[in-house]
Ligand binder design. Structure first.
Ligand code: FAD
Length: 336
């Protein structure tokens, strides 16, 4: 392998039901930064059916080029057809970097493609940067249960591939117009790619807002004491109105108090709300990894030495069951 032959930063731009995943736009923005350091271009690759509309959006968010692999066989995600087409594109175009969202789809697809193109893959990265001297991609991720941050390089193979969790990178401000060059990639899917037949897709219906979309997160930890006390968090979120919802630490998810999709942290979701209110959460490193970039953090904890206070902008030392009702009343009064 002559690594000098590999040029450009590619992003697998994931779509479902012809809607681009938010993480894909975040990655295109990050790719733009990396491409600047490498003096190269960003290419977003979309696989699906009737996906032409997506090229403009990707262009506005930073893609210089968009490759559309448009075929009815790619309408719904299936491992084999997607892995086949993406492998072909990578083998043909020879990018130096390929980024994927660490979504269920990205986590299924990226390892298969990396094995087929015979390169490495760093999963769940929280940081990506170009080494100014070697020009290798430095891929940083938590390791050993989040106790250390490991920076991984892939100096001998190309492309350098990484998955990045949603919410870790920030989208760039979109341009008014897209100037991306669009290529319609000719898809040829062998019969044997369709080794799975999807009979039905049952979507989980949730009436709650995704915690990654919330502007205000009222988050509860083990210190809430029991699942019934989560109502205090619901009341505070309701007082803030639209854009506020309840999230949680892993301890409460493991205890079965709340659904897994509410979990913030290294093995949950990464969130960046305007306001994060941590209630009865100690501030373990794995929890902080998912919320410390929130704009404003308020912590309520009865232990004044709890590590959460080290990242909090405001701290209240006290019992959540007493503080929360008073806090909710104040918010109601202020917002009324
Ligand atoms: P605790 O650590 O038990 O803290 C409870 C806090 O509540 C204490 O600080 C206590 O002082 C306070 N408290 C108690 N009673 C009251 C009261 N009445 N009023 C006010 N304060 C009170 N954790 C995550 O959250 N997200 C993750 O994604 C995650 N991923 C992990 C991945 C790995 C590989 C590992 C090993 C761990 C992970 N964890 C994660 C778990 C993490 O290490 C902690 O165990 C967890 O975050 C603790 O949750 P907690 O803060 O709710 O509970």
């Amino acid at each position: 392998m002559n690594i000098q032959d590999y040029k450009g930063v590619f992003v697998f731009a994931q779509q479902e039901d012809n809607k681009l995943a938010g993480v894909s736009l975040e990655l295109v923005g990050k790719a733009k930064e990396l491409a600047k350091d490498l003096e190269t271009e960003v290419t977003a690759v979309v696989l699906g059916s009737e996906i032409g509309d997506m090229a403009k959006k990707l262009g506005r968010y930073g893609a210089d080029n968009v490759i559309l692999a448009d075929d009815p066989g790619l309408k719904v995600y299936m491992t084999e057809p997607y892995a086949h087409v993406l492998t072909q594109i990578i083998q043909e175009k020879k990018p130096e970097i390929v980024l994927y969202g660490a979504t269920a789809i990205g986590r299924d697809l990226a390892p298969r493609v990396s094995a087929r193109v015979h390169t490495g893959l760093t999963a769940d990265c929280t940081g990506l940067e170009v080494d100014p001297e070697t020009k290798n991609l430095r891929m940083t991720r938590p390791a050993f249960g989040g106790n250390i941050m490991a920076t991984i390089i892939c100096p001998e193979f190309r492309p350098q591939m990484a998955t990045v969790r949603p919410g870790v990178m920030q989208r760039i401000h979109p341009a008014g117009e897209s100037s991306a060059k669009v290529e319609n990639y000719k898809v040829e899917l062998p019969e044997e790619s369709f080794n799975v037949e999807i009979l039905d897709i049952v979507k989980k219906v949730s009436d709650k807002m995704d915690i990654q979309d919330a502007k205000v997160l009222v988050s509860g930890g083990r210190g809430m004491g029991c699942p019934e006390n989560f109502q205090l968090l619901e009341d505070l979120a309701a007082a803030f109105g639209n854009g506020a919802t309840v999230s949680s630490s892993r301890a409460c998810v493991d205890a079965g108090w709340v659904e897994k999709d509410r979990q913030v942290g290294q093995t949950g979701k990464t969130v960046r709300p305007n306001l994060y209110i941590a209630c009865g959460i100690s501030g373990a490193i794995q929890h902080l990894a998912g919320m410390e970039d929130s704009d404003l953090i308020i912590a309520i904890n009865k232990d004044e030495y709890a590590p959460i206070f080290e990242v909090a902008d405001y701290g209240v030392v006290g019992d959540v069951t007493k503080i929360l009702p008073a806090f909710t009343e104040q918010v109601k009064r202020a917002i009324a």
